[in-house]
Write a protein that binds this ligand. Structure first.
Ligand code: PLP
Length: 357
């Protein structure tokens, strides 16, 4: 099987797996303590959690705190719901459902349009009374990189907070400039089931999960194993950022060449090059996917695919429903080899040709 769905999730890095094993805690071990217990085993577990917190925090600037959560959806809910007293919401038109659905549930939300390349222009006006702006750093469907520094400046001038969903960016490019930043370990070669919210000093949040407040703004016993895996994955990503990006450039160049007669969705330059979202007019994507069962890729975003709804991201670029539905997303990462792309391209191009498109 060829895995080209790195935006949906990534394999666990061997280094992260190794770090987790130490804290899996069988009965004969000393590593199953509750990190919130005051005894020695608890303090050992707590120390592992704090090492991991420092490793995750090392990719953020000084002046903020990393709070672990169960995943990025929870981090985003905490950010949006925990600041809902700030006023109206303004969110980019291409936010992930975690932001979109939560903002809609809270109400009083306006959408900030993107241009045809999938960029949310910070020169546009913010609606009156905006208390929080949400602009993601790297889009999960089309990989476009948003100008978060300019958005942060704009939000600050308007007296609003900026939330940036950096799930697809953290550990790959320099972190966004924002007041609240959500990340997730499983997009970064870490384990599933842990995320974090980085909170700039001075930003106060109302807890959404009460019951002990072990993470100060979030309750629940932390898993030292998941924290250790997240920390190891973050440290590895920090050390390998340039090497990973160079690998991505090589794969991108190859893939663009092999799929040269497909149309690219979203900007080619302001983009994370591990994301190739392409379309062919008239393509039946469901048929293509069933003809290429050995290649793991996605139609639209992992969340939207299967729903039958055209992607709101592709629609926001100005694509028709038909064009959006004839698009596929190929995602590469650290462990993708050139031959994976070559074999996948051969299978996908042959299947598309068989459809006569
Ligand atoms: N935001 C973006 C951009 C994502 O790609 C995802 C995952 O698909 C999420 C948020 C949600 O992350 P998690 O799976 O950790 O809840």
């Amino acid at each position: 099987m060829i895995y080209l769905d790195y935006q949906a999730t990534t394999p666990l890095a061997p280094e992260a797996r190794e770090a987790m094993l130490r804290w899996m805690g069988g009965p004969d071990s000393d590593s199953f303590g509750n990190p919130h217990s005051p005894h020695r085993m608890g303090r050992m577990a707590a120390a592992a959690v704090e090492v991991a917190r420092e490793q995750v925090a090392a990719l953020f600037p000084a002046g903020g705190t990393v709070h672990f959560t169960g995943n990025a959806c929870e981090a985003i809910n905490l950010a949006l719901r925990g600041t809902s007293r700030a006023g109206a919401l303004a969110i980019s038109a291409i936010e992930h459902a975690a932001v979109r659905d939560t903002a809609q549930a809270l109400g009083n939300v306006r959408e900030l349009p993107v241009d045809g390349a999938g960029i949310c222009d910070p020169d546009q006006d913010l609606p009156e009374g905006t208390g929080l702006v949400a602009v993601m750093q790297v889009n999960n469907e089309i990989g476009t990189i948003q100008p978060t520094a300019q958005w942060h400046e704009k939000a600050r001038k308007a007296g609003a907070l900026l939330l940036s969903d950096a799930v697809q960016a953290y550990g790959k490019i320099a972190v966004a400039e924002a007041d609240l930043i959500a990340i997730s370990a499983h997009k970064l070669y870490g384990p599933k089931g842990i995320g974090a919210l980085w909170v700039r000093d001075g930003v106060s949040l109302d807890p959404q999960v009460t019951g002990g407040l072990q993470e100060k703004i979030r309750s629940g016993t932390l898993s030292p194993a998941l924290c250790a895996g997240f920390g190891a994955a973050a440290a590895l990503a920090q050390g390998r950022m340039e090497a990973d990006a160079a690998h991505m450039e090589a794969l991108w160049t190859l893939a663009r060449d092999l799929f040269s007669d497909w149309k690219l969705n979203g900007s080619a330059d302001q983009r994370w090059h591990g994301n190739l979202n392409i379309r062919k007019d008239g393509l039946d994507v469901a048929r293509l996917m069933s003809d290429c069962r050995n290649v793991m890729f996605s139609a639209g975003s992992a969340c939207a695919s299967g729903s039958g709804r055209p992607s709101h991201v592709l629609r926001a670029l100005g694509l028709s429903d038909k064009q959006a539905k004839s698009s596929i997303r190929l995602g590469f990462g650290r462990y993708t080899r050139e031959e994976d792309i070559e074999q996948a391209a051969a299978a996908i191009n042959a299947a598309a040709q068989a459809q006569g498109v």
